[in-house]
Design a protein around this ligand. Sequence first.
Ligand SMILES: [Zn+2]
Length: 90
Amino acid sequence: MNGESTCRACGTAITWAVHIKTGKPAPLVLAKEGEKPNIYAAPLPPDMVWTYRVAKKEDFADPIQPAYLNHFSNCSGAQMFRRPVGDKHA
Ligand SMILES: [Zn+2]
């Protein structure tokens, strides 16, 4: 579960990445204009596995650095990702 894919719920192009520390997978989308990106992601050597972490302000000082959002937070079909376990808002 890594690299380019499409969202099963809404068809958006996503990039699967694993958290740099926890290894937890997340679907990332490139931030569009007007959105507030909060994820820094990049393929890291040696295996070039896509890895992410919460962005720091200085991550986006370089305008070439693409900025990402976690697609779970804005997917129109997000409810299909949610699991009953741990959902305290149900
Ligand atoms: Zn989606």
